[in-house]
Write a protein that binds this ligand. Structure first.
Ligand SMILES: Cc1ccc(-n2nc(C(C)(C)C)cc2NC(=O)NCCO)cc1
Length: 411
């Protein structure tokens, strides 16, 4: 071994073991291809301040590429609206990696589902009038910080927007996270459905991605934020599109998702989106939709006023339509969105998105290993993939795919 044996023994004896510092048996709250997450409390002997923590056991063993990326990225980032990495534990015996985060009791996916089901059974939930505005302000602050550090999120959706609970000193604060697929590749052309054929959703994907854009951009994150804003207002995914159960083709082009976007937004004209004809999948678009005449009378204003009685002259609607510009070049930056009149007029955004109101949502359920079946998991953690076997399939498939891509590039 490259290290003096005695020194190794000393290091090993002194190293803090995660199981000695934290109680996490039977307290699993999340599970997916990235690993599993426990809600833990520090044991009395630990030197961590009291309170709840999220302990993430990274899937696989040793320093995988994704473990490296997550640690390297998170240890550099520090912002009130971005999840913060508190500690890294390396279990040398099992080569396991554990990441310690502050615990967030809520997330927008569970919160929106709660409101949607409350509406369905006509029991209204009382929320502050600036609830959506406060959440939007904090998401934009967090994304502005990430974008100014040239970090793109790439997978913004309600499940990745965490909110601190009543017992946290940061009650009601938004924390942007990435609980989803520990993507091995970042090209949007990687067939996402290959990584997780079961539950990936395209509802928050910008139209340019669906039309084959080769690189993620900041504007792609802003589109997703627009989708989240609409969903906070109506409690329904704006571009909801049923998922075919089978694994989709490996193309980024998704006709059904595009159809849904056009039936809400209308069809983009040459004036709306000058660069549209230069996108890789423009040919497919013309083949499937022609000149888009059938969507001529649709528009976001029409959709939001009919489905939610929203006025097209309200500041709320104006910001929403800026974020959901079909042409990525016309979408505001995070800073420009923060300067929108919507955030300057009463009621102003609050630091605690619940504004002191009682928090109506329940705590997260613990996942017992027996209930590891699909529907239970899908219910608890939208768009989190399932069994390790599927994950094995995905990773082996990923390697095969990577080899294929490399061969293609060589040939
Ligand atoms: C492989 C990998 C997985 C997750 C991240 N990631 N990225 C972020 C942003 C919000 C800073 C972009 C946050 C995270 N990781 C997490 O949020 N981890 C918490 C439980 O999974 C990075 C890399």
């Amino acid at each position: 071994a490259w290290m003096d044996a005695d020194f190794r023994r000393q290091l090993s004896a002194r190293r803090e073991r995660v199981e000695d510092a934290f109680e996490f048996e039977g307290r699993k709250v999340g599970r997916g291809s990235y690993g599993q997450v426990f809600k833990t409390k520090p044991r009395s002997c630990a030197d961590a301040p009291a309170g709840d923590y999220a302990l993430k056991q990274i899937e696989g063993s040793g320093l995988s590429m994704s473990a490296c990326r997550e640690i390297a990225l998170l240890r550099e980032l520090k912002h009130p609206n971005v999840i913060s990495l508190k500690q890294v534990y390396l279990a040398h015996e099992t080569r396991q990696i554990w990441l310690l985060f502050d615990y967030a009791e809520h997330d927008l996916w569970r919160m929106i589902n709660f409101h949607a089901s409350a509406k369905k059974c006509n029991s209204q939930v009382s929320l502050p009038p600036n609830f959506t505005k406060s959440i939007m302000h904090q998401i934009l602050c967090g994304i502005h910080y990430l974008h100014s550090n040239w970090v793109l999120h790439r997978d913004l959706k309600p499940a990745n927007i965490l909110v601190m609970g009543a017992t946290s000193p940061e009650r009601g604060r938004v924390k942007i996270a990435d609980l989803g697929l520990a993507r091995l590749f970042h090209q949007p052309l990687t067939p996402l459905t290959e990584i997780d054929p079961v539950v990936v959703t395209f509802w928050y994907r910008a139209p340019e991605l669906l039309l084959g854009a080769r690189h993620y951009t900041k504007a792609i994150d802003l589109w997703a934020i627009g989708c989240i804003m609409a969903e906070l207002i109506t409690d329904k995914p704006l571009f909801y599109c049923k998922q075919e159960e089978d694994i989709k083709t490996s193309s980024p082009y998704n006709r059904d998702q595009l159809e849904r976007i056009f039936s809400v937004m209308g069809f983009p004209s040459q004036q709306d989106w000058r660069d549209l004809p230069h996108l890789p999948k423009y040919g497919d678009l013309v083949r499937n939709f022609g000149t888009g005449q059938q969507y001529a009378r649709f528009s976001l204003g029409r959709h939001m006023s009919r489905s939610f009685g929203m006025s097209e002259t309200s500041p709320e609607f104006r910001l929403l339509s800026r974020l959901l510009a079909m042409d990525p070049l016309r979408r505001p930056s995070a800073r420009e969105a923060l300067e929108d009149r919507y955030f300057l007029e009463e009621p102003r955004p609050a630091a605690d998105v619940f504004n002191g109101f009682d928090i109506p949502y329940g705590k997260r359920d613990f996942i017992s290993d027996s209930s590891d079946n699909k529907d239970d998991l899908a219910r608890q953690q939208q768009s989190q993939p399932v069994h390790a076997s599927l994950q094995q399939y995905q990773q082996s498939h990923q390697q095969a795919l990577l080899l294929q891509q490399q061969q293609q590039q060589l040939s």
